[in-house]
Design a protein. Structure first.
Length: 279
């Protein structure tokens, strides 16, 4: 943080807000893959007993942003139980995203994931849905910036190594759905229900990404770019990125049968990959 004056300025303002127990940097900047124009993703952790003082946060943000009148800080829960709330900001010409997380709830989810218990929820902004393990992945991959009680650091320590029970739970939850989604899409071919076919194709590929990440014991925290990243993992499918692109090329040309045949081949290879990993 010392080498990033903008980040230091932001965090110094945030930690003065009552209720912010810990601050974590997420996204590409935490993973070391950011470029100059990358967003800043900041998790604001609070306890159930001491929630974020959103009025004070709003004041702090107004002193940081490029346009105070455009700064919109939400109340806790405004964005649903999994995204929770936060703000989308522009500071120094950079996009800065704030996300609330209740550390007690995150701790419970991490404990459940370590035991192989996961949940999938509908969530705007996540076309495939919000997998509860995302919260664990956020902690595992974040860079802790402020954590005076070490509550977040202790949770982070419990995220490594990747739990075997979580790996098996994700594969069990999503592998079968790849072929199920393909079959549903194929049933819709006769009635030319293009929207349904495309939706099923997307769901099959999203499930495939979940399985590949789990096979590689990697946390998947957002389906955006997941298949491209999966293509570079040690255990992956040959030509995955190009074949996925071909699915959407054929879909755009209304050759849905060919698009689905590509996904079916990917599903068969994924099944073989799982069997090989279990041998």
């Amino acid at each position: 943080m010392q080498s990033d004056p903008l980040l230091t300025r932001i965090v110094d303002a945030l930690i003065a807000v009552p209720g912010i127990a810990a601050v974590a940097l997420g996204g590409s900047r935490a993973r070391g893959t950011a470029h100059e124009a990358s967003d800043y993703d900041l998790g604001l952790y609070f306890t159930a007993a001491g929630p974020v003082d959103t009025a004070r946060l709003r004041q702090a943000v107004r002193g940081l942003v490029d346009d105070p009148d455009a700064a919109d800080v939400t109340e806790i829960g405004t964005w649903g139980p999994w995204i929770v709330g936060g703000a989308w900001l522009s500071i120094g010409g950079r996009k800065v995203d704030l996300l609330y997380r209740e550390i007690d709830a995150v701790a419970r989810v991490i404990a459940a994931c370590r035991s192989g218990v996961i949940e999938m929820h509908y969530q705007p902004g996540h076309p495939h849905g919000f997998l509860s393990a995302i919260w664990m992945g956020e902690v595992a991959l974040c860079r802790v910036l402020h954590d005076p009680t070490r509550a977040l650091a202790n949770l982070k320590a419990g995220c490594t190594p990747y739990p075997a029970a979580l790996r098996e739970a994700i594969i069990r939850r999503f592998q079968w759905e790849i072929s199920f989604s393909i079959e549903n899409a194929e049933l819709a071919l006769a009635r030319a229900d293009h929207t349904h076919i495309a939706g099923c194709a997307y769901r099959a590929l999203a499930c495939l990404a979940q399985v590949l990440f789990a096979l590689n014991e990697r946390y998947l925290i957002n389906e955006k770019g997941a298949l491209l990243e999966a293509a570079s993992l040690p255990r992956t499918l040959p030509g995955l990125a190009l074949r996925t692109a071909e699915v959407w090329k054929q879909t755009g040309s209304s050759d849905f049968r060919q698009a689905l045949s590509i996904i079916r081949a990917l599903e068969a290879e994924t099944r073989a990959l799982i069997q090989g990993a279990s041998a």
